[in-house]
Structure formats: C-alpha cells, structure tokens
Design a protein around this ligand. Structure first.
Ligand code: ISL
Length: 533
C-alpha cells in the first residue's frame, strides 16, 4: 500500500463528481435537466471542492434507458442542448479547473441508431455484422439461454430477416459486434471526436460485456437462483461477459487515450477481485486507469465486513494499479436511504479518506435519502420489467434540490421525477449556511483531502479496533492521520489510546470535541497523530 507522494496525477489525487444530466438543473423549463443548467451550476460544483465531473450520457437518445441507448455517438441530445452548448460547458468547466469525463456506451446502441436501422434492413446489408445476429435454435427458439440484465431472453426475433439479435439490456439496446473491424474503427473514431474536443476521459459503460464467447455457448444455470430474485441471475454470465478479446479492446482504448496525454478511462466492471484487477492490464499494455470498485455499494454496512473488503481489495491490486471507491450512483440505492443519515455521515468520511480516487454521486453530498416513487411516476425500464422486487433506479435519479422556491429551483415546471419529499429543508441553499449539514461535512472533508497528501496519495494501513469500529492510518512523510469510524450505536474505545489522547481533530461527523479516548455512537474522526504529550 505504497505512498504515491508527488507522483500522483489528477485522476489519482482528485475526486470525481457524477452528474446525472436529466436531474441536475433544468434551464429551459421542460422539467428535464440540460447542459446549460449544468453550466449555470458549475460554481457550486467547483466550490464543493471536487476535481472532475463525469456526465452520464448526453448523446441523442430515444431515452428508453435514459441515455444509455445512444442513437448518435457524436451528437448531443436536443433535450440537453447542442454541440455549441457542450463546447461552452467544457470551456466553463476547464476555466474553473474542473476536468470533464463523458460516458461512453460501447456495448450497445439504440435500435434507432442508423447503424442498426441498416443492420436490420437485410441479411446482406454492409452493416449486418456490426450487430450480433444468429439463427434460431433447431426448435425455432432463441440461439441460447442468455438472459438480459433487465430480465427475459437476451435475444429478440426479427421477423423481417428471420434471425435473432442479441441485447444484454433492453431489446431497444442491440449489442454491437466488437469482433467486426469496421465497427471497431468507427467506435474508435467517436472517441477521437470527443478527445479532439478536449474531454478529459471516459467512463466506459459495462466494459466487461463488450465481447461474447465465439460459439455462443449456453451460460451455466445458477443453482442459487430462486423465483422473486433478479431474473438476470438465473444464469451465470460466463460466456456473455469478461472475454479475453474485451481486454485487448480495453488496451486499445487506453493506447488511444494515452496518445492524447493525461486523460482517464474509468471502466464499469462488476467482477470478483481477481478478475476485476485484470482490467488494469499490465505496465507494458495498460487497460483502464480506474476499473470501478463497487464494493462499498455491494456489501453490508458492517465494520468487520468492510475491513475485510478493504484489505482484500488492496491486496488484489497490482503494484501499478490505483484504487478507487464509490458509494452511490444513478443505478444504486441512495446511501442515506440504505444506512440512515447519521451513518451516511460516517460513510462520507470513509469514502473521502480511503486510499484511492473517490466518486461522489450528485445529491449524496446533501444526504438525499429514501424517495418513494408512486406507481404512476415510475420511469425506470428495469423497474417496469420486473416490478416490486426492489430493482427500481428512479429513487436515485430524482432532481437536485437547490433551494425552497417552487420545484426546488431545479425547474419552473413539475420535474420528470418527483423531488425528495424533504426538499424544502434538504436543499443546497439551506445546507450551505448550516455548519452541521451534510453539505458542510462534505465540503470540509473535501478541503481536508485536498490539503493533505496523506489523504489524497498517502500510504494506508488498517489499525486494530474494537467491534463496530473501522480504523486506519494514512501517512505521507511525517504527516500521520488516524481515521476512526464508529459504525455502531455504542460508545467504543478509540484505537491507539496513547497517541490519540489530546490529538487534534481535523474532521468529525459530529460536533468536534476534545478526544477523551472514546468514540461516540455514529462518530467518525480524522485525527492528527504524533502530537501526544
Ligand atoms: O449486472 C449488473 C451488476 O452485476 C448490473 O448492475 C449492470 O451491470 C448495470 O446495470 C450496468 O449499468 C450500466 O449499463 C446499463 C444502464 O442501464 C445503467 O444505467 C448503466 O450504469 C445499460 O447501459
């Protein structure tokens, strides 16, 4: 767990802020956010103290999957603006020292993309092979047992040309065929298009999905699946994901990004540690800089579990691999809904003091919690296809509450999704002037992280602690910090008693107080060590 010292680059040292464009700021009164809205709120983002923004997809899209169904990889969805609005946003971000990362969706396009319109037109169309077409099984059914991540067969019958096409997500999101060299070249060109404009990198959607096993064998049936669970998990995605050829393409993406200088590639990858770490590639043939590490989202909020998760993840990293952490996203449940606000404050401290690049999801810095979506307001196709089993993602996509004016300052009309019910009191304007707010905590932690190399790039060592306490040391040169987090509701002894008595408190999830050797319930602290008298 080395000290990266002065060698660290912006995407190592910095903090990424994920913006979900539909829900950040509406500037034209249609109830949906847009690029001009984001531009208008950039001062907020810069003042928060983050270093980069990642925008969920902003490309032309029929919005069947809210932008993850791209109909033109080089344009801007009219609802969001146009290329001029994008250029303005990029310049405005750079003027504030913010990097801008786009969301690249290579696994599938929209079925309205002109490539797919051509591909489905006839079997001998030149773009037929840009997508994945197969003959029916001998019984006329789908070519194999693969299941879409959104439920149901991953194959859709096309009566016009008498074949099935593959879709890992919605039928309106046909999978692209990355084994086809022309498709590959066309997609590389789209990356160049945005890199030439000056974007600072890409988050790559479902990167581990992009190549499928050559002969399309059946996936193994999952013996642990039971009705009522996510249908996706009926089979194990052995042959439909994580193929060696996808790693080769990932290395090509990296070579292209590196040819533009200091850009970053962030790969969306859900896999166990050993297979996850392979997406870093090797020093000779690197792949993505940051394979997204979802483990704080996927594991229970439990000190013993998290201790093991952190140790195992750190141990799985190649020496040249830089860690990263994320606690929320446009897909995952809100952290404050999952563990409650007092512990969400502890979670903020964890996210911003672990070793590695944190990604912060919009609204989590306000502590936005549970938002129940009434049945008539559900928009998420995942929820609509498998209702009532907890898969809905709308709950994390509700509009940013900015102030207590109508529609929370997000829009002048009813927004596309409901606001958080407590928006009149849980909003940016209220929290900005309350030193005890979640926003104040985030700003304080972000400033602390920025000011101390021990946090942004220093060494990391877990420290023995009482049950329900997670503790670790961060160090850079002489600067030694102890982070101690009480994940429970009992008062616990603070670790390193000799060193922490009287130590200065650099940050606290509660009102700062002199350290007396204990950690109160829900208390998390960052202490300066080496000052004991
Ligand atoms: O399989 C999963 C985790 O093991 C799923 O969570 C899946 O990988 C995830 O939903 C992928 O998400 C991304 O791609 C989707 C899109 O709907 C999501 O919003 C996006 O983040 C399809 O593009």
């Amino acid at each position: 767990m080395p000290d990266m010292g002065e060698r660290s680059r912006w995407w190592e040292r910095g903090v990424i802020y994920q913006i979900y464009p539909r829900s950040f700021q509406d500037s034209n009164g249609d109830g949906v956010g847009d690029l001009a809205g984001i531009e208008a709120r950039l001062d907020y983002v810069a003042a928060l103290g983050v270093d980069a923004i990642w925008l969920s997809p902003i490309f032309p899209s029929p919005m069947a999957d809210f932008g993850y169904d791209v109909a033109d990889y080089r344009g801007i969805e009219p609802m969001f603006g146009d290329l001029q609005a994008f250029d303005r946003l990029l310049a405005a971000a750079h003027a504030r020292g913010l990097k801008l990362v786009l969301d690249f969706v290579p696994n599938h396009s929209s079925d309205r993309h002109p490539w797919f319109v051509e591909s489905r037109a006839s079997r001998d169309n030149p773009k037929r092979d840009w997508y994945i077409w197969r003959d029916p099984a001998p019984d006329g059914g789908p070519p194999n047992n693969w299941i879409s991540d959104f439920g149901g067969s991953a194959w859709e019958w096309d009566p016009v040309t008498g074949q099935y096409y593959l879709h890992a997500f919605l039928a309106s999101q046909p999978d692209l065929n990355w084994r086809n060299p022309e498709l590959r070249a066309a997609m590389m060109d789209t990356l160049r298009f945005w890199l030439d404009k000056g974007v600072d990198g890409f988050r790559i959607d479902v990167l581990w999905h992009i190549v499928k096993a050559l002969d399309f064998p059946d996936n193994p049936v999952n013996p642990d699946w039971a009705p009522g669970r996510n249908e996706r998990d009926r089979v194990i995605q052995t042959y439909s994901t994580d193929q060696p050829e996808a790693h080769a393409i990932s290395a090509e993406f990296r070579a292209l990004a590196d040819s533009y200088g200091d850009r970053v590639l962030i790969g969306e990858i859900f896999l166990p540690n050993d297979r996850h770490a392979r997406w870093f590639g090797t020093p000779e043939r690197p792949q993505v800089h940051l394979p997204i590490n979802f483990q704080l989202i996927e594991n229970p909020w439990d000190a013993a579990v998290l201790r093991r998760v952190i140790a195992d993840y750190e141990a799985s990293l190649p020496v040249y691999g830089w860690p990263n952490w994320v606690m929320g996203s446009h897909d995952a449940p809100r952290i404050a809904a999952r563990i409650g606000e007092p512990q969400a404050r502890v979670a903020a401290m964890l996210l911003l003091t672990l070793r590695g690049t944190p990604t912060l999801y919009q609204g989590d810095e306000l502590g936005v919690g549970e938002v129940l979506i009434p049945p008539d307001r559900v928009r998420d196709p995942q929820e609509m296809r498998q209702p009532g089993i907890g898969l809905g993602r709308d709950r994390s996509r509700t509009p940013m509450p900015w102030d207590d004016t109508p529609f929370a300052g997000f829009s002048t009309v009813e927004p596309w999704l409901p606001l958080n019910p407590d928006w009149p009191v849980r909003n940016v304007a209220v929290e900005a002037v309350d030193p005890a707010s979640m926003l104040a905590l985030y700003r304080g932690l972000l400033a602390l992280r920025r000011s101390r190399a021990a946090l942004s790039s220093g060494a990391f060592t877990l420290v023995e602690a009482e049950p329900e306490v997670l503790a670790y040391e961060r160090r850079s040169g002489d600067d030694r910090l102890l982070v101690a987090l009480n994940l429970g509701a009992a008062t616990r002894a603070l670790p390193l008693a000799d060193e922490t008595r009287g130590a200065s408190v650099l940050a606290s999830t509660l009102a700062p107080r002199p350290m007396d050797g204990t950690l109160a319930p829900n208390e998390g602290v960052v202490l300066r060590l080496g000052e004991a008298r």
